[in-house]
Design a protein around this ligand. Structure first.
Ligand code: ADP
Length: 266
């Protein structure tokens, strides 16, 4: 009895100490531990993730980089609760998403995660303003009007709010998608090649907005990209190869990212 009571508090203290230590300096918006994802069986088996552990710190812009087939999408989809790991753990904040049933997982994605896709994914029949408000409306939440005005100002959409997607350029549509992701202040936003369908000038504009969202609005963004220029807008670039994290670069620049890509032979 006394042994148990001695062991239990010290374990608890240990856990608490770890949690406090990581959250006081830089809380993790998402944590991945020992992630393994295997597709197929036998000769067809592909280990898309082969033991990935990574923390995405709150208030930071992280780029996930790596050659095609290295596991970038699998990692992002697994962290965003769109795909299930074969083994390992994903936490969004303190929530272990593998413990959630489908309904709770859908709720978590809706309430705590934002998405920006390469193909914008706007509803064509709705105006820009209606598209931006849609996720909150579906969740039955009201958006703080002051925050919304701030977001719309940040992405420079004031004069386009009544336009439908077909009346907007690609860059403007992606700005709407960025504003939509920001509107409900999710804990973390996942962006999948957000500039993949844009020319480089428009892409740079969108990346600047995303960086402002992180620096000025305190948002957390994780972006999958294969573009070193896009990665240079991030605070950190994590490199994947063959389902493993092989490098982790703080304050990446286009040159430092290109260097790493050359070193990794990707
Ligand atoms: P990336 O996003 O870096 O291009 P992916 O995560 O899409 O890489 O893919 C990693 C590996 O897993 C690749 O070898 C890919 O072919 C494989 N893979 C991805 N999705 C599936 C799937 N649904 N079925 C079988 N293999 C898959």
């Amino acid at each position: 009895m006394s042994a148990t009571s001695t062991v239990t508090p010290s374990r608890t203290t240990q856990l608490r100490t770890n949690t406090v230590a990581s959250s006081s300096s830089a809380p993790a918006a998402a944590t991945v531990r020992d992630a393994i994802k295997v597709y197929g069986r036998g000769d067809n088996e592909v280990r898309a993730l082969d033991g990935v552990s990574v923390e995405f710190v709150a208030g930071k812009f992280t780029a996930i980089m790596g050659p095609s087939g290295s596991g970038k999408s699998t990692l992002m989809h697994s962290v965003a609760g769109l795909d299930q790991l074969t083994s390992g753990t994903v936490l969004i904040g303190d929530t272990d998403i593998s413990t959630l049933n489908d309904r709770k997982l859908t709720q978590l994605r809706r309430d705590r995660i934002g998405f920006i896709f390469q193909s914008f994914n706007l509803v064509p029949t709705l105006t820009a303003a209606e598209n931006i408000a849609l996720p909150a409306k579906l969740a039955g939440r009201t958006i703080d009007p002051e925050w919304l005005a701030h977001v719309i100002g940040t992405v420079g959409l004031e004069k386009r709010l009544r336009h439908r997607p077909s009346e907007l350029s690609g860059g403007q549509q992606q700005r709407v998608a960025v504003a939509r992701a920001l509107a409900s202040r999710p804990e973390i936003i996942f962006a999948d090649e957000p500039t993949g369908n844009l020319d480089s000038l428009t892409g740079a504009e969108i990346l600047s907005f995303m960086r402002s969202a992180v620096r000025e609005l305190g948002q957390t963004i994780v972006m999958v990209t294969h573009d070193p220029v896009a990665a240079s807008y991030a605070d950190r670039a994590v490199f994947l190869a063959d389902g493993l994290i092989v490098d982790d670069l703080d304050q990446p620049t286009t040159d430092s990212v290109l260097d790493r890509i050359r070193q990794l032979g990707a």
